[in-house]
Design a binder for this molecule. Structure first.
Ligand code: AMP
Length: 620
């Protein structure tokens, strides 16, 4: 079977049932969705697309992104891209996946338009906002793909310096979607509130396709918003939502509001995946929502889910990612032998959702299979009851609250700066994200390059979540006996450097900014050089902090100010420059924060990372 057949069957069997809903948008039935999917596919066919041709979608998160993905995947190969990618990264993805057509939101003012022109790509525009319209039918006889054809191309960060391309077939996606729907016992009456980005496997398969496979409905939110979450729950009465742990932490912290505002609402379950959920967050979320929290283990290369804790009355084990669900799972040693229960080794998988090999330039040289098993790069053990525990990682990836960053890609971007002699990015523990990204840099002789300038340089090259929250200049980067940088030991070896000497705020402006950040972070004191992100700040709280500082200082700081200036010392300089009438050179969004509506703040978040995975806790 192929995805088009699934949508067509649903439209025939339950034409009036709701398929897609969204805030401030007319709902779409299964019949309406199938019609719109065909209209978009016809328009692409009329423009020259044929099955197997890669078509990129660059659409803001929401119903338009869902429709764009389904329209493309119904006949062609979809390459969903984050609207927030800087031009250079966008170009890399378009070229690496050999994209020929791009589906764009007609209202989106993005550098992708110029890139598409430069690369000679055909652009098809749709109304991706509230209208959910793609145009009128082109009346072309449809030509459909086979189950083994590539339906979706995503990229994954890994040990290579550039992301590898992950091609997934129609059959891979359907197998995974059906397996998730079955495991969660999804029915037509279920409704998922989607807060995950629809250019990542979690949102696309874990939420959207699994829901459609079960004939249930999906509310396509623009992303996660702490401010709007309860209003969406009230309006749409979802029976579940799926998210990364950073989002669950925020929801758990809103438990009192949830119960008082919506005393009768109950999620049937809440699902967590993409990063480790701490048993504490799981307990708080279960207590707060009154719903079982189901932690699952997913990966792009497996079309998302590989293991999941079962629904009640099955046993959920906090700290475990559950039982194999979607893939066969084993533990392998370095020599390729499968290990027994309680023995730790690399998690290996095989099954109908698993890719058959990487693609793209970086994927060419990667062999990820041993004896027919795909090696995940994660370390783990199976307990005697078959529950999987993830204990570590072999691959060089930093999991920043669900967003995966390849430190080598960041090293290379840093090394592009002409004053950088050596650079190494690495992960350090973080209270809310799980892991955060830090970089150490050796300057070339005579250089006075500073962290804000280097961060700005990176912003032009990398999407927001790949920018290290701290850049530390050193004389030398510690190396192993072979002269190679040993990334995994950098946090330990550079420990003293990561700790910051305490310089108390003394001037009025320093004290005022300190008070804002201290309140938002919920810490007892903050020094001038303490890094907002190292102390638990993240994109959502960063935007709130920028708004509060702007109000207090009567200046126009941009929404992303904290990402460019994450310490009080740097913020003071930015505020002083703004007071002197200088426009901040780092302006990403030329908007006065005070004048921003909730929606605009959400958009700012999306522009920063384009992903709900980087949204973190609100002010405590
Ligand atoms: P992605 O391809 O972005 O879905 O990332 C896949 C990786 O995320 C896995 O290989 C794991 O390292 C990590 N991951 C996913 N789910 C979990 C989980 N529940 N617990 C711990 N790590 C996870």
């Amino acid at each position: 079977m192929i995805l088009a057949a699934l949508l067509e069957t649903r439209a025939r069997e339950q034409p009036e049932a709701m398929a897609l809903l969204a805030p401030r948008c007319l709902p779409q039935t299964y019949a309406g969705l199938w019609q719109q999917v065909q209209v978009l596919a016809d328009r692409l066919a009329a423009a020259g697309a044929t099955p197997g041709v890669p078509v990129a979608t660059v659409l803001p998160n929401g119903p338009g992104a869902a429709l764009g993905f389904l329209g493309v995947v119904s006949r062609f190969t979809c390459v969903p891209l984050n609207v927030a990618l800087p031009a250079e990264e966008m170009r890399f993805y378009l070229e690496d996946a050999r994209v020929r057509f791009v589906v764009l939101d007609q209202d989106l003012d993005s550098p992708v338009r110029q890139t598409a022109r430069d690369l000679g790509l055909t652009v098809v525009e749709i109304g991706a906002g509230s209208a959910l319209t793609v145009g009128s039918p082109a009346m072309i006889p449809a030509s459909y793909p086979d189950p083994g054809d590539i339906a979706l191309i995503l990229h994954t960060s890994g040990t290579t310096s550039k992301p590898k391309l992950v091609p997934l077939t129609q059959a891979n996606l359907l197998a995974s979607a059906r397996n998730i729907a079955q495991g969660l016992a999804l029915e037509p009456a279920d409704r998922c509130l989607n807060v995950m980005p629809l250019f990542h496997i979690h949102g696309l398969v874990g939420v959207l396709l699994s829901s459609l496979a079960a004939g249930s409905s999906v509310v396509c939110a623009p992303g996660f918003s702490a401010a709007a979450f309860l209003a969406w729950v009230e309006e749409f009465q979802p029976t579940w939502y799926s998210a990364v742990p950073t989002i669950h932490q925020v929801v758990a912290s809103m438990a009192d509001q949830y119960r008082s505002r919506l005393p009768r609402h109950r999620f049937r379950f809440v699902r967590s995946s993409s990063a480790a959920l701490s048993p504490v967050t799981m307990r708080l979320l279960e207590a707060g929502t009154g719903a079982p929290v189901i932690e699952a283990y997913g990966m792009t290369e497996a079309s998302h889910q590989m293991a999941s804790n079962p629904l009640p009355p099955g046993l959920r084990k906090p700290g475990s990612v559950g039982l194999p669900a979607g893939a066969e799972i084993a533990i392998m040693d370095d020599a390729g032998n499968l290990l027994g229960a309680e023995q730790a080794g690399e998690v290996v998988i095989r099954g109908p959702g698993v890719l058959s090999g990487y693609g793209g330039e970086a994927g060419k040289t990667v062999t990820a299979f041993t004896h027919g098993w795909f090696r995940t790069g994660d370390l783990g053990r199976l307990d005697p009851e078959g529950y999987l525990f993830i204990t570590g990682r072999l691959k060089e990836v930093v999991n920043r609250g669900g967003e995966k960053v390849s430190p080598r890609e960041v090293d290379e971007a840093l090394l592009e700066h002409q004053e950088v002699a050596e650079a190494a990015a690495f992960g350090v523990g973080h209270p809310t994200l799980g892991e955060d990204l830090v970089a150490v840099v050796v300057r070339k002789a005579g250089s006075h390059l500073d962290a804000p300038a280097l961060r700005d340089f990176l912003f032009a090259r990398l999407v927001g979540y790949k920018i290290p929250s701290r850049i530390i200049f050193v004389d030398e980067i510690p190396k192993g006996t072979t002269g190679k940088i040993q990334r995994s030991s950098l946090e330990k070896r550079l420990g003293p450097l990561l700790a910051v000497d305490f310089r108390p705020p003394t001037t009025d402006i320093e004290r005022s900014i300190e008070s804002v950040l201290r309140t938002i972070l919920g810490v007892s004191r903050l020094g001038l050089d303490d890094n907002f992100f190292a102390l638990g700040g993240d994109s959502l709280s960063g935007i709130r902090a920028a708004a509060a500082i702007s109000r207090a200082q009567g200046v126009e700081l941009v929404a992303t100010a904290l990402f460019h200036h994450p310490t009080i010392a740097e913020l003071v300089q930015a505020v002083e420059r703004a007071k002197a009438g200088e426009r901040d050179a780092t302006v990403v969004l030329e908007r006065e924060i005070d004048a921003m509506s909730d929606e605009e703040v959400e958009r700012a978040l999306a522009e920063l990372s384009g992903s709900a995975g980087s949204s973190g806790p609100d002010a405590p």
